[in-house]
Design a binder for this molecule. Sequence first.
Ligand code: GDP
Ligand code: MG
Length: 177
Amino acid sequence: GTSNPSKDYDVLFKIVLIGDSAVGKTSLLQRFAEQHFSDTHITTIGVDFKLRTIQVGNVRVKLQVWDTAGQEKFRVITKTYYRNAAGIIVAYDVTNGESFANTKRWIEEVKNNCGDDGVPMVLVGNKCDCTDKVVSLQDQEEYAKLMKLKFFEASAKENINVDEVFIELTRLILERQ
Ligand code: GDP
Ligand code: MG
């Protein structure tokens, strides 16, 4: 990464959040973006993104993180949502086994929308602060290994591993550049 002092970042990446409704995608994004004052909030019909610049190594990376406006409930996420995505966060809820099982379908959808070359992806088991967990750490580990993906247990509520998810995904994207 070549530093450019005239700009407040070196590279810009589009990240998209996917996963079942109510797993905490919007909460993860709010937690991530609202720790800094540099975030911008833009709402249009059906799409929504927030910005945050992070430093990874010596590269200042501006992340433009897209969130759904609830259309995942009806499985009508359009191709536009995925277009030019540099990285994907697939979220599930560790208190909801179905949301974990459904990540397979979301990953399939990424493959259908982002081409065969693939796009860096991380799995996030949100709500790890909850005591009524039904998805075991071992199940997540085995699944992530099978899918050749990294996973994190996180909590948007308690601010556990949220930044780590975005930093790891950014590292994976940078490795590919
Ligand atoms: P989305 O539909 O995937 O965007 O999910 P939301 O961000 O709207 O969250 C759905 C519900 O889960 C809301 O009631 C949140 O307050 C709750 N929630 C989100 N993240 C967490 C978390 O980390 N822990 C707990 N306990 N609840 C959460
Ligand atoms: Mg949401």
